[in-house]
Design a binder for this molecule. Structure first.
Ligand code: PLP
Length: 420
């Protein structure tokens, strides 16, 4: 197990932000207000909705609104009584999934760089986290990325791909492998897995029928590069994978209100059944006001217009940040993301003063990603997040830092000006 979390390690940099009010491009939540219709719905429901326990699997109105919404936008029809359950954010959905389905010594394959909460949640069950690194097709230099801008826009292309090493995946699969987590769009690299990649994975998993696919689609509304919100290659709709997939989503992310704490798991009854029991004993049920307010929002956004606008905003923000990083004084390498709240850069060619490789508090040696984050927080006044905690191989991960695009134009502009 990791001895501390990324949040612990970043605490000193967050302190800096409190004192100096520097732009923080670190958190996975928008720093702009959620839509007014969400506040309105919460206010209305607070006055009328019962404040007693609700159904443990989710308030009936929420279950109906969510299944109607996902049927329209994802093309899957779920049996409300058996195949969908709500929980306190995607994170708690994942925790209950692992609690319900993992036994001690089971193995779970994650594609690195992987969301850093998977490992602790898996290890809480006594199971083993197995990291399989994705490989960037190439290191894109500033010049090569600049050449690809057309009319102020840049599109995802082959040079931005991160590849799966199928032989390595096969070598890490065995009789103990219980689950494979596929996060698409992926935090932090913004990768959307292609149909061909899902097909290849499906063929490999045919040989390991015990393996459950946990599809973390927390960012399924933020997809770029020709995909429409919610509509991109997904395990839950893939002909060969769907029967073995449990799909996790987040209403908090969908409505730019991560404090909403509502997420969903959808999939075959055999997976949802255990998940429901785990939830019953963990938190029994969710806040009814927030559930019916979320239901209202799903009903009001049924036509998808709101999500197209949000997606377009994120395309603008990611382009602006990418440009700012290109114009920065640092020799970074880039990949255009295909979705999600983040982009990553390679920092291996950046020179950093030795003093930033020593931890301020206990003097221990820091990896380059932490040294870079510390250095720019102190000397530039911008906070980004080191990526080594996203990798099983910390040395590999220490080449990367993550930048958040889910920020206001003012925050991104301020950060870009400081980075020049
Ligand atoms: C990949 C991924 N999955 C799940 C979550 C958790 O989402 P929620 O806020 O709904 O718990 C996050 C949050 O940052 C995430 O990045």
């Amino acid at each position: 197990m990791q001895d501390n979390t990324i949040a612990d390690r970043m605490a000193p940099y967050l302190q800096l932000q409190i004192y100096a009010k520097i732009p923080v491009l670190i958190q996975g939540f928008p720093n702009f207000p959620p839509p007014q219709f969400l506040r309105q719905a919460i206010a209305e429901e607070a006055l009328t909705e019962s404040l007693q326990y609700t159904q443990t699997a989710g308030h009936p109105r929420l279950m109906k609104a969510a299944s109607d919404f996902f049927e329209k936008h994802m093309g899957i029809k779920v049996d409300i009584a058996k195949e969908i359950v709500a929980s306190s954010g995607a994170q708690s959905v994942l925790a209950c999934v692992f609690q319900a389905l993992l036994e001690p010594n089971d193995e779970v394959i994650c594609f690195d760089p992987a969301f850093d909460f998977y490992r602790p949640l898996i290890e809480f069950q006594g199971a083993k986290h197995v990291g399989v690194p994705l490989k960037p097709s190439q290191l894109n230099s500033k010049a090569s990325i600049l050449n690809r801008f057309e009319n102020g826009k840049i599109k995802f292309s082959k040079e931005d791909e991160w590849h799966l090493d199928y032989d390595y995946i096969e070598s890490r699969l065995n009789a103990r492998t219980k689950m494979i987590i596929l996060n698409s769009p992926q935090n932090p690299i913004g990768k959307v897995f292609s149909v061909e990649e899902l097909d290849r994975l499906a063929d490999i998993l045919d040989k390991h029928p015990q393996v459950i696919v946990c599809e973390d689609a927390a960012y399924h509304h933020v997809v770029f590069g020709g995909y429409q919100p919610f509509s991109y290659p997904r395990c839950i709709t893939h002909p060969k994978l769907k029967s073995k997939t449990l799909c996790v989503t987040s209403a908090g992310k969908m409505f730019s209100a991560t404090g909403l704490r509502i997420g969903f798991a959808m999939g075959d009854e055999k997976y949802i059944r255990g998940r429901k029991s785990a939830q019953t004993y963990l938190n029994f049920c969710l806040n009814p006001v927030l559930q019916t307010a979320t239901a209202k929002c799903l009903e009001q956004t049924f036509d998808g217009q709101y999500f197209t606008e949000i997606r377009d905003l994120y395309i603008e923000q990611s382009t602006m940040l990418l440009k700012g990083l290109l114009e920065s004084r640092f020799n970074l390498h880039f990949w255009v993301p295909q979705g999600g709240y983040f982009l990553v850069t390679d920092i291996s060619d950046v020179d950093i003063s030795e003093k930033y490789f020593k931890d301020d508090q206990d003097g221990h040696q820091l990896t380059k990603d932490f040294a870079f984050a510390y250095y720019i927080a102190n000397e530039v006044g911008v906070v980004c997040i080191p990526c080594s905690p996203y990798f099983e191989n910390k040395e590999l991960g220490s080449r990367f830092v993550r930048w958040a695009i889910c920020m206001t134009t003012e925050t991104i502009q301020d950060a870009c000006n400081r980075l020049k």
